[in-house]
Design a protein around this ligand. Structure first.
Ligand SMILES: [Cu+2]
Length: 140
């Protein structure tokens, strides 16, 4: 037995990591644990199984995998933080509209009720900020 560490690309949720884990564990002589936040797979394998076979198996179901080179996550989270902030700002007026519909709330903002205004606010959240999730879905 040997232990192989791989870094995995393209996971967006727990279903992704569970799927990779399941596919790897189906192979004979493989015990795999996939860590979603660290984007890694720790795999105990029989000596006869190569890293390339493991990588090919992961790529076959639509994810990226490569030998792990560094121990710290290589992702720069700043672009993601910026996206979260922008989507929060764009979503806030829509949340406000919903609050005005709560019985007893006297504040009303008719200008926020325009579907075009709501469309303009929601579209970038869905298709620009949300794009990475759609792309991940298409790859699978
Ligand atoms: Cu997923």
């Amino acid at each position: 037995m040997k232990t192989v560490e791989l870094s995995i690309q393209g996971m967006t949720c727990a279903a992704c990591s569970a799927r990779i884990e399941k596919v790897l564990n189906k192979m004979d002589g493989v015990e795999a644990t996939v860590n979603l936040p660290l984007e890694t797979a720790t795999i105990r394998v029989d000596d006869g199984i190569t890293e390339d076979e493991l990588i090919a198996r992961i790529e076959k179901i639509g994810y990226g995998a490569e030998r792990k080179v560094e121990l710290t996550p290589k992702h720069d989270l700043r672009p993601l933080e910026r996206k979260v902030l922008i989507s929060a700002l764009l979503s806030a007026p829509l949340l406000l509209v919903m609050i005005t519909h709560i019985p007893g709330v006297t504040f009303h903002a008719d200008w926020l009720m325009s579907p075009w205004w709501q469309f303009a606010l929601a579209t970038p959240v869905q298709f620009w900020i949300g794009a990475q999730f759609y792309q991940a879905r298409i790859r699978v």
